[in-house]
Design a protein around this ligand. Sequence first.
Ligand code: C5P
Length: 225
Amino acid sequence: MSDGPLIIAIDGPAASGKGTLARRLAAHYGLRHLDTGLTYRAVAAALLEAGSDITDEAAAKAAAAALDLYALDREHLSAHGIGEAASKIAMLPVLRRQLVEKQRVFAADPPGAVLDGRDIGTIVCPDAVAKLYVTASPEVRARRRTAEMRERGTAIDETAVLADLRRRDERDASRAESPLKPAADAHLLDTSEMTIEAAFRAAVDIVDRAVLARERVHPEPDVPV
Ligand code: C5P
């Protein structure tokens, strides 16, 4: 591979399908995967479990410093209350800086990684080889999230899920620190009308083209025979 780790940045709002896409891309290219939402969730969970105030920046920073990015428990951290708290603590600038630093170290480790979140292409890995901004209409996202929760046995009302997603989108897009927005050089992928398979094929196409473009800029050195 030419010129450094292969980093793929995937951003987008909650329930856009970016997590599924990120996992599949990581498997396809043989890269590690980090769902950066889990890092915010893990800090929120640590504060909630310690009974700390979730706006306590020093406590959040300490929890972030102690975090092992290779040992995040998705099952435990996917609880709704933890997601709500995560979306609130994600506004704390000191905490963001601490987590972003750790996420960058994770990404830079060869052969590279797929990171998904809200600010990967803009802040965490602005030099990523390929950037995707995955989105879908709020209604489609609410339908998918509701089906997913019902499959896990949680009784849930789709209208409530939609209201919740809209509230979280608003919070993520309007915060001063690293708001949710596509990087200027991100490829937009609207999955509203797409199956997961079609979205995956479109994403692979984008990444393959980005990798080829990088190889043209930094060709492999000739190996003497
Ligand atoms: O994606 P997920 O719902 O797990 O993320 C939880 C919260 O963490 C989001 O609502 C968002 O506010 C925050 N987050 C963030 N930056 C990221 C990933 C997640 O601010 N890169």
